[in-house]
Write a protein of this length. Structure first.
Length: 142
C-alpha cells in the first residue's frame, strides 16, 4: 500500500508553501517531482544529465528542472518550462499537487549557489511514454 495522491496533496497544503508568484531570476531554479501511477504503485521521473564541461551537475541523476528565465511568471512555471524543454513532457498547472519549501543549493566544485523550488505533479496513470530526451545537450536519459 502506498501513500495516496490525496494524502500527498493534504501534506503539501499543511506546509503552506503555495505556488509562489515571484521567482528569483538571477539565482533561482525549480524542479518537477513528477509522479505517475504504474501497476498500483507510484513512480517518480528522474533524468540523467548530459555530460558537459563546466556544468557543475554534469552527468548526475536529477529531477527535471533548471534556472529561471525572464519570461517565467512564477517558480512553478520554471519547473514546467524546463520539464518540457528537457524531456518533452507538458505539465499542466492543475496537475501540480503543491510546492515544497525552497532550499539553497551550493555546488562546491564550481562555487555556484542558487535557490531551488521543488513542485510535485501527478500526471496520471502510467504516463512514462510522455517523457523522452527532448534536449540531448542537457539530458542523457529519462
Amino acid at each position: 500500500m502506498f501513500i495516496s495522491i490525496a494524502e500527498i496533496r493534504s501534506s503539501l497544503e499543511q506546509l503552506d508553501t503555495r505556488v509562489s508568484s515571484n521567482v528569483k531570476r538571477e539565482a533561482g531554479a525549480s524542479v518537477a517531482i513528477i509522479l505517475t501511477l504504474v501497476e498500483d504503485d507510484l513512480s517518480v521521473c528522474f533524468i540523467k544529465r548530459a555530460v558537459r564541461e563546466g556544468d557543475p551537475w554534469s552527468g548526475q541523476v536529477a529531477l527535471p528542472g533548471g534556472r529561471a528565465d525572464q519570461e517565467d511568471l512564477c517558480a512553478a512555471s520554471v519547473a514546467e518550462r524546463e520539464t518540457k524543454e528537457e524531456i518533452g513532457m507538458v505539465l499542466l498547472r492543475e496537475q501540480c499537487l503543491g510546492g515544497m519549501a525552497t532550499i539553497d543549493v551550493t555546488s562546491n566544485l564550481h562555487q555556484q549557489e542558487l535557490s531551488l523550488s521543488p513542485y510535485i505533479y501527478f500526471v496520471g496513470v502510467d504516463s512514462r511514454e510522455n517523457a523522452w530526451v527532448a534536449d540531448p545537450s542537457e539530458v542523457d536519459s529519462v
